[in-house]
Design a protein around this ligand. Structure first.
Ligand SMILES: C[S@@+](CC[C@H](N)C(=O)[O-])C[C@H]1O[C@@H](n2cnc3c(N)ncnc32)[C@H](O)[C@@H]1O
Length: 338
């Protein structure tokens, strides 16, 4: 997706221009950093810079304002976030603290806006740091947080309150699956409920994939998902990626996936140990939008030196906006061991 980069002071003028010109990519979120606003657009516009990255699609809640008109004040309606993440048949919403007393009415109204929805769950508290799980509670519809999500022809069972799952890496999973060649040995580190291994195995069944996950709930769902999709080429390993790779998979991989953007760089030694000569590594990282690759590429060079190997950067790209001024990036690099 293409984003048009506009200085903040000129954002409103530019927004009007692209909306009236039919160039705004409807259904995708704009985002900003300190100096710029980034609008999703269908094509470049003369006089403005653009950057390419994954667009964040959102489900706009149609009719919610009308449903809540008698329940919330105009000011409360203004503060309400009218979009949600949809995982399977579960909508995940954020309720501002000041609207907590009216959360049941809000969630019931959200449920009425979309027939596909069976559960509305509310975000509670902070994301746990090790398993990356966000505490959630079902507050309308059926009382559950387990669901089935379908992506690129793969069915995945998961519990949104017990495991990490992001619908926003869907294009990235497809991109990686399309790079994989028959016969590859793949180490899928930090595999969660298995979306990367499942999408790769569907596209390229003639591969040998080892998927490693620390969260026992993630491991349980990944095993279920491997059965559900009748995969024969995924081995699920439960435990710490470092211990498992150093213990069983030294020199195993032609390709290594590292989707742990907060701290994957601390596992680069694991990647160098698990790699065969010529192995391709895909490492994900959160980074400042103004200079997104410098830190991670420096770490890759340092770890290559320690391992007595070489790392050749093959591709780098911004995957998606993450927070104000912060983006998620991926760097693809090849390890030369000889
Ligand atoms: C950001 S999530 C990515 C999950 C999955 N790849 C996806 O795209 O949905 C990172 C995952 O790594 C797991 N994890 C964290 N530390 C780990 C470790 N040392 N070894 C194996 N898995 C780990 C977490 O439990 C979490 O499920």
């Amino acid at each position: 997706m293409l984003f048009m980069k506009v200085p903040r002071k000129k954002a409103e003028e530019a927004r009007r221009k692209i909306v009236s010109g039919g160039i705004y990519a409807e259904g995708y979120k704009a985002f900003h950093d300190e100096q710029h606003v980034y609008f999703p657009v269908l094509h470049a516009v003369e006089g403005y810079g653009t950057i390419e990255m994954e667009g964040e699609k959102f489900e706009r809640v149609k009719g919610l304002r009308e449903l809540l008109a008698g329940i919330l004040t105009d000011e409360e309606l203004e503060n309400l976030v009218t979009s949600y993440d949809l995982v399977g048949d579960i909508a995940i919403i954020e309720i501002p603290d000041e609207l907590e007393s009216k959360q049941k009415q809000i969630a019931d109204a959200v449920l009425k806006t979309n027939k596909r929805l069976k559960v509305v769950a509310k975000k509670l508290g902070r994301v746990d740091s090790e398993f990356r799980v966000r505490p959630l509670k079902a507050i309308a519809g059926e009382n559950r947080t387990e669901t089935t999500y379908v992506e690129h022809g793969c069915r995945m069972r998961l519990d949104v309150a017990k495991v990490y799952f992001s619908i926003r890496l869907s294009n990235e999973r497809k991109r990686i699956a399309e790079l994989v060649k028959p016969g590859e040995h793949i180490l899928a580190l930090f595999a969660g409920v298995g979306p990367f291994p499942l999408v790769i195995a569907k596209k390229q069944p003639n591969t040998n994939i080892v998927a490693i996950e620390l969260n026992p709930e993630g491991v349980r769902y990944m095993r279920e998902n491997v059965r559900l999709n009748k995969n024969k080429n995924i081995t699920v390993e439960s435990g710490d990626a470092r211990e498992i790779v150093f213990g069983k998979y030294r020199g195993f991989a032609d390709r290594i996936l590292m989707p742990l953007p907060r701290s994957a760089e601390t596992f680069l030694d694991v990647a160098f140990a698990g790699a065969r000569d010529g192995c391709m590594v895909h490492i994900y990282n959160f980074a400042p939008i103004e200079n997104p690759y410098a830190d991670i590429e420096k770490r890759i060079a340092e770890e290559a030196k320690k391992a007595g190997a070489k790392a050749e950067i093959v591709n780098r790209k911004i995957v998606r906006p993450y927070a104000p001024k912060i983006v998620q990036v991926v760097v693809d690099f090849r390890i030369k061991k000889a």
